[in-house]
Design a protein around this ligand. Sequence first.
Ligand SMILES: [Zn+2]
Length: 348
Amino acid sequence: MIIRQLLRGVFLPPVEFGSRSAVLRALSGMPHPKSDMTEFREVFSKAKHVAIITGAGVSAESGLPTFRAASGHWRKWKTQDLATAQAFSRNPSRVWEFYHYWRELAIRAEPSAAHRAIAECEARLSKQGRSVVIITQNTDELHRRAGSRHVLEIHGNLFRTRCLNCGDVETNHQSPICTALKGKGDPDPSCSDANIPVEDLPRCNQGGCDGLLRPDVIWFGETLDSHVLTKVEKVLDACDLCLLVGTASVVFPAALFAPQVAARGVPVAEFNIRPRAATSSSTYHFQGPCATTLPNALHQAAVYPTLGVLKDVRGRKASQSSTSGCYFVFFSFSFFFHTCNKINELCT
Ligand SMILES: [Zn+2]
């Protein structure tokens, strides 16, 4: 597939909406994406394999800055210039300070309402024999912390390290990740580099390796993990509904995921605070904070199949209470007649 041949790290130029997307729509004859929630819910209730592609907008609602955005900055540097192998090679202390700051923010953040809605949706649908897979560009683990089980992290994970010497990959949630980084990483532009000696930065502890560790994330200019991409392709090929949540989809190859699905005629529903350049190719677009729009869409969509159950439960409760009422009347009359008989016996 084409996405496997592409490198992540290539940005599409940012575009202004309104004018440009309107022109594209007019030229292509594409219809406006619909905002019909009732129709979406119906489509959702019939979908058996749902792919949910998420981006920085979901984590932004947990208070995490969108560092990967083209406009992202830490101190005076563009984050695009820090998240590269070259930057790490030149100044590993500075890059580790930046990632230490990001890790500490992510540790303290809580999953947003959108994270929780997605996790709840996955759990509920799996009980119905339906599948939900999350394909995320986020590295902060908030989907997993919200309870999602099937998560493909295409840009890696902030809480994994990779040894530059032996290649060992380890999960690491230590805070701070090493003593020398304690209290470092202040994003204020006036702060100067900590210049931590390389031997005091995170090091490998595998059998005396002691190699320098790096964050196990995909940096700009690096290729995605081929195993993860193979899984992503399978999910995109099998899905019969695709949700695009909190992502501007300007980074390849993630920018191609939704168009690839749409090309098969599969509905794509977008939940974004603003329309994207490619929003016009989506079937549905629900504008607003995804922590508001998504729980509403997924929760209410799920109510349909369970309405019958709710009605049944209510019906049973009603019938139980009317039965209880009958028993109460029966026993009341029995007690009344029994008492009358006793009084009659005493009087005679
Ligand atoms: Zn090692």
